[in-house]
Ligand binder design. Structure first.
Ligand code: F6R
Length: 612
């Protein structure tokens, strides 16, 4: 969490930093701040959004061609002006921004306090700033060296940028566990948590590796070394991102834009992976590992949140089509559970951001125990992508709205392709059924497009439920994870309490909640236990619950008993989740907008959860 930006060069730093922070607000938005060097270090910080910082800075001196900025998601210390970054050293001549957690800050703080340091904030970050100054004074070294030596004492995760008053053309950056990209321009450098603040200025970037530290100095080449003092050569690569992809493009919210983009993002996640002549699925990134997966004792899927829901759909797909046993684990539980993992296991991490701390840690654990670790990731070059032995990108394009939509459907699409590929190679799927699924999957983008056309209808429906206090989501089989995801989407952006359940489990508890005020979204598409779900709807109606049913086009039985229906196009059962999820995204979106919630930046959340 937290977003960091920095600039040193010949341009005005403040507007670059503010714009960059606004692009990174998805990473945290409870407070923000900048430090600008112009003779002395001016620090401006404000609780709230970057817009609040901008308003606060209006009458301040913001002239500078060197600065660093931060948008915060609080870990240590409540969100207020004082705890906002940047933090400064005891003498106020060093300023620092930080994304991550310094785990041993308490003991360092105690030591520094004994030596006369006093602290203003409750943060772990301020301690690191003081430590750097202390080391610099004691060892009489440059800022670069002082940062390096200080980081050798630090336990935890960080992406940091440090400046000092006497150094008018230099920023020191370092990374371990949190992302950091450096943009290399003509006699100028940019830095950020991801490439979005950099893209309009330069396409040449260096992704810092864990344990690396760099000096960005005007008039000199970037100097790169490890914390252990081993010199390295920076690897400059070209960005593929374009500006359009990270802007709203006329939509009111990124979330709506991303929902509407799904016909394209799903097509993109399949592009070049289906051979229309041979009906073969080719996932280039996994080619070398196909046999390993086929022979695996089991696939363990690790993920968090929405990606975990995609993983659950993966379980149905792999078991159904490829007959490979699957376990789906919350990365946060898996990593601390002393799990039994062997070399015959294949561990598959799923992550949109590729930076989720729990997923990364779970992958490392699996690797240490000898498992093959694969990744399904959206962000190219992200930590999870780099840690994987092999994997597939989802190619959904940048997802800015905090609530995941198009990344989820792209994950499910890639999982479906993977299951089809494995099933055919393993011979667990009849060729005729395989070909039917291949030709159907190609129709998915058009079918999603037709569902986007239901937006107005779902908006009308949403108006009826915007004041509900609770929601229940029910589904069976492939639609059970869709129910979980529908409930998560609603609660995270509208703050309405919602729960997802396997429909048949309702009678073991949640049925007690049902009364005439309870809206219940039931995914009751044809095939896949349809009759059983119809019975579940009868049970709800017998208790006066209000049923919003997602049904297959042409359905008659559910239409007769449900209060409202949303029709989705007919499609083979394993492909249903991609479609049945779309109306639930729209329902959550409209309800949240009608409740005046900030759908793109829901309270307390951040897009990239880089703390555990
Ligand atoms: C919910 C949502 C989160 C993420 C979770 C994992 O809409 O987006 O639940 O799915 O934080 O993030 P990634 O996929 O980046 O690992």
């Amino acid at each position: 969490m937290c977003g960091i930006v920095g600039y040193v060069g010949h341009r005005e730093a403040f507007p670059i930093i503010i714009k960059g922070l606004q692009r990174l607000e998805y990473r945290g938005y409870d407070s923000s701040g900048v430090a600008l060097l112009n003779g002395k270090i001016n620090v401006y910080k404000k609780q709230g959004k970057v817009a609040d910082l901008l308003a606060f800075s209006e009458d301040k001196d913001t002239v500078s061609s060197l600065g660093i900025g931060h948008t915060r998601w609080a870990t240590h210390g409540v969100p207020n002006d004082v705890n906002a970054h940047p933090h400064t050293s005891q003498s106020k001549t060093i300023a620092l921004i930080h994304n991550g957690i310094i785990e041993n800050y308490d003991s360092i703080k105690e030591e520094l306090s004994k030596r006369g340091h006093t602290f203003e904030s409750d943060t772990d970050t301020e301690v690191l700033t003081h430590l750097i100054e202390e080391v610099q004074k004691k060892e009489r070294v440059s800022l670069f060296e002082a940062v390096r030596l200080s980081l050798a004492e630090v336990i935890g995760a960080y992406a940091i940028a440090v400046i000092e008053e006497s150094n008018t053309n230099e920023i020191i950056v370092a990374k371990k566990g949190s992302p950091l990209v450096i943009g290399v321009g003509e006699n100028e450098f940019f830095l950020a948590s991801d490439a979005t603040p950099i893209i309009e200025y330069t396409k040449n970037v260096v992704y810092l590796e864990d344990g690396e530290i760099a000096r960005l100095k005007i008039g000199e080449e970037m100097e790169l070394k490890t914390i252990e003092n081993v010199e390295k050569t920076p690897y400059i690569q070209e960005l593929e991102l374009n500006l359009e992809a990270i802007e709203k493009g006329g939509y009111e919210h990124f979330m709506l834009k991303e929902i509407f983009e799904q016909p394209k993002s799903i097509a993109d996640s399949m592009r070049g992976r289906l051979d229309s002549k041979t009906a073969e699925v080719k996932l280039g990134g996994l080619a070398e590992y196909e046999q390993k997966i086929i022979n695996a004792d089991r696939i363990i899927i690790i993920a968090c949140g929405t990606s975990w829901h995609a993983g659950l759909i993966g379980e149905y797909l792999f078991e159904d089509l490829a007959r490979i046993p699957v376990e789906v684990e919350y990365a946060s539980e898996f990593r601390y559970r002393n799990p039994i993992i062997t070399e015959k296991d294949v561990v598959l991490a799923i992550s949109q951001s590729g930076e989720t701390a729990d997923t990364l840690a779970a992958m490392k654990l699996a690797k240490d125990k000898g498992a093959t670790v694969l990744g399904i990731c959206n962000v190219v070059g992200s930590s999870i992508a780099r840690l994987s032995d092999a994997g597939s990108y989802t190619h959904a394009g940048p997802e800015i709205g905090v609530a995941s939509t198009k990344a989820f459907t792209a994950q499910v699409t890639v999982l479906t392709l993977m299951a089809l590929m494995l099933g055919r190679k393993k011979g667990t799927i009849a060729e005729s059924y395989y070909r039917e699924l291949i030709s159907e999957i190609e129709t998915i983008p058009a079918k999603v497009e037709s569902m986007i056309g239901m937006n107005d209808y779902i908006k009308e429906l949403s108006a009826k439920f915007k004041d509900a206090l609770n929601f229940l989501y029910l589904g069976r089989g492939y639609n059970f994870p869709v129910a979980l995801e529908g409930a998560l989407k609603l609660k995270e952006i509208s703050y309405i309490h919602a729960e997802g359940y396997p429909a048949a489990e309702m009678k073991h508890g949640p049925i007690a909640l049902i009364d005439e005020n309870m809206p219940i979204v039931v995914i009751a598409t044809k095939k896949g236990h349809y009759e059983k779900v119809v019975s579940n709807i009868q049970e709800v109606k017998a208790r006066n619950g209000i049923v919003i049913a997602v049904v297959t086009k042409g359905d008659t039985a559910v239409k007769e008993i449900a209060d409202y229906v949303i029709e989705i196009p007919e499609v083979a059962e394993p492909l249903v989740p991609i479609l049945s999820n779309i109306p639930l995204q729209l329902l959550s979106y409209h309800i949240a907008v009608m409740r005046d919630c900030n759908v793109d930046q829901p309270r307390n959340l951040a897009k990239s959860v880089t703390v555990e």
